[in-house]
Design a protein around this ligand. Structure first.
Ligand code: DGT
Ligand code: CA
Ligand code: CA
Ligand code: ZN
Length: 592
């Protein structure tokens, strides 16, 4: 372990001992030791540990030196038996309490001894019952503050759906670009890479670095953004803020000539950056957020860049070109082959979509009528809209029985024939896959209905074993009427894991049966996950990017589906809803 990692462990040991009621001299020794380590030069630390002379320094008693030496040789804190045992003795909930703002070891100890509180949940209950206010040293005010702290802890610890984060980031980028002092501005980080959940926002801005007034004005504007609840850090060229939702955002202002390098660095991913740096080193270059400088010679990369030794990069494309690469779209920067690839595919774009298949109306659990959905799809410039309401087993979603579905199919047919439909409507259904893998309508019904297509989805018995679930889904895929599989794992991001299923087998079955797997574009699904798509599509799996819209505004979610499809290296040829009406009709016909 490194010096700073060891310091963090000592700090933690101090707190854990204090939780246990150990005497303050002992606990303070660990905390002082941590601080002394942090202040020490890395080289001196290495030398002293190797030579066994750490104990010569003031404050480093024998017991402390022994622990530091053991931690230095270990790869993780539990390599130190003393730590492992200490940590095992203390309930996780108690350790979690240390994260609650304004709660230290002393107060936690009092809460535990007097109220039996051993977790944040128990603390919340005790506060709500008014039992905390009565304790000596607490009071009404502290109780209120603790409740606030608990709520914040839940919100701040959280990641955020990409769609929600993008809604916050969009206006900020636009606002930054509109400032007279700003030359260029972009959102970087996981948001720019299109990752399904986002930890925090990262904004990179180019400005005249020598103009301190300009830099201050940009920071000022950023910190005054609507919804900012707290400015958590503020320097000359950096600032961090926290919004009421708990979402945090970092701003970095760089000189214009560094912009492409900073944008690339803070877009990440970390693994992509590491691989890019290696590629640069192989060419005698050092790549960093400051520039691309010769590796040889005196000074750090930053100093070299400041001395004007960096290659020029107006754009990220220039940066990649210096390393003998074409532009790598941000969505691909996950160190999953994008650096080694001789050439990258032309990825699908939002403008390639001409319609979508999995959408609901008021007939089942949608909030808009068929006519309203059709008008909204037309407004998006689409050529067609597929309607797939729920089937009867999804009774909680007002699933359609045979008669209602037949009526809907007839209505759609009439609308198409009338010439009054703003675009072509395809009639489908989202048919439940029953627990044993049968579909929710019998074959005779399917024959009579004459649907254009069938989406098959799991909505019940989600706790089946992996074997059962895999067999169940494959049986549905093998049904001659199945056109596509809906939300392949049923996951709800940040809320629910997907059901247990052998996706490799499901994908094989889909390919073998020419069944499409959808990329459900709802911001909290994004299922099938992007990590599966590249391999699967290469082997012949067809994708459909489906918004699973339950109201007109939901149709726009396809934009996120396209981003995620790009992360999965998908081209327009691999996505059915880039085809025109005739192309889609042909696919459906060949499937039946
Ligand atoms: P997030 O915020 O958790 O969703 O994920 P990111 O990717 O936005 O990560 P973040 O905000 O911590 O940092 C933004 C980018 O900055 C990250 O993708 C790569 C770069 N970066 C940050 N820390 C490091 C690091 O220690 N090494 C390298 N090579 N790059 C880093
Ligand atoms: Ca981030
Ligand atoms: Ca960040
Ligand atoms: Zn569904």
């Amino acid at each position: 372990m490194t010096k700073n990692e060891i310091a963090a462990v000592l700090e933690e040991i101090g707190m854990l001992l204090e939780l246990e009621g150990e005497n303050p001299f002992k606990t303070r020794a660990y905390q002082n030791g941590a601080r002394a380590l942090e202040a020490m030069e890395g080289a001196e630390f290495e030398t002293r540990v190797a030579a066994g002379t750490l104990g010569e320094l003031k404050g480093f008693g024998e017991a402390l030196v022994d622990k530091i030496t053991k931690l230095q040789a270990a790869t993780e804190p539990t390599g130190l038996e003393f730590y492992a045992k200490l940590r095992a003795r203390i309930p996780d909930g108690l350790v979690a309490l240390l994260e609650v703002p304004s709660l230290g070891p002393k107060k936690i100890k009092a809460l535990r001894e007097q109220l039996g509180v051993e977790s944040p949940e128990q603390l919340e209950a005790a506060c709500k019952a008014g039992r905390v206010a009565g304790l000596v040293g607490f009071g009404e005010k502290t109780q209120t503050k603790l409740l606030e702290g608990l709520a914040n802890r839940a919100a701040y610890g959280k990641r955020h759906l990409w769609w929600d984060a993008a809604a916050v980031a969009g206006p900020i980028v636009a606002g930054l670009r509109a400032l007279p002092q700003v030359r260029r501005a972009e959102a970087a980080g996981s948001l720019r890479r299109g990752v399904e959940t986002v930890g925090d926002l990262d904004f990179i801005v180019a400005a005249d670095a020598k103009d301190a007034g300009a830099v201050a004005a940009i920071t000022e504007w950023f910190c005054a953004q609507e919804g900012v609840k707290e400015v958590t850090a503020r320097g000359e060229t950096k600032a961090s803020v926290r919004f009421a939702s708990g979402l945090q955002a970092d701003l970095r202002i760089v000189p214009t000539e560094q912009f492409a390098f900073a944008l690339h660095h803070f877009t990440g991913s970390k693994d992509h950056n590491v691989a890019m740096r290696q590629r640069a080193l192989a060419r005698g270059l050092s790549l960093s957020e400051w520039g691309l400088v010769p590796d040889a010679g005196e000074g750090t990369a930053k100093e070299k860049a400041e001395r004007g030794l960096s290659l020029n990069a107006e754009t990220e494309a220039d940066l990649f070109a210096h390393l003998g690469m074409g532009f790598v779209p941000p969505e691909l920067r996950e160190a999953m082959g994008e650096i080694e690839a001789a050439s990258l595919p032309r990825l699908i774009e939002l403008g390639d979509l001409r319609g979508a298949f999995h959408n609901h109306t008021t007939e089942s659990d949608g909030r808009n009528t068929l006519a309203e959905m059709a008008a909204a799809a037309h407004a998006l410039g689409w050529d067609y809209l597929g309607i797939a309401d729920h089937s009867k087993a999804s009774f909680q979603a007002h699933g359609l029985d045979e008669a209602r579905l037949a009526a809907q199919v007839a209505a759609i047919r009439a609308l198409n024939a009338s010439g009054k439909a703003p675009l072509r409507i395809f009639s489908g259904v989202e048919c439940d896959i029953l627990p044993d893998g049968r579909l929710d309508y019998d074959d005779a019904t399917f024959d009579e209905l004459g649907l254009d297509y069938v989406v098959v989805s799991v909505h019940s018995a989600m706790t089946q074993s992996e074997d059962d679930m895999t067999r169940r889904i494959i049986r549905a895929i093998e049904h001659p009427r199945a056109t596509m599989l809906g939300h392949a794992t049923g996951r709800i991001l940040l809320r629910r894991e997907g059901y247990k299923v052998d996706l490799a087998k499901v994908i094989d079955a889909a390919i073998a049966n020419r069944v499409i797997i959808e990329l459900n574009a709802h911001p909290n699904r994004l299922d099938l996950d992007w990590r599966w798509w590249r391999r699967a599509a290469e082997r012949g799996l067809m994708c459909a990017i489906n918004p699973d819209a339950h109201e007109t505004v939901g149709l726009a979610h396809v934009a996120e589906g396209v981003r995620v499809a790009r992360k999965g290296w998908l081209t327009r040829e691999q996505v059915l809803n880039t085809r025109d009406v005739a192309g889609v009709e042909r696919w459906f016909r060949e499937r039946r």
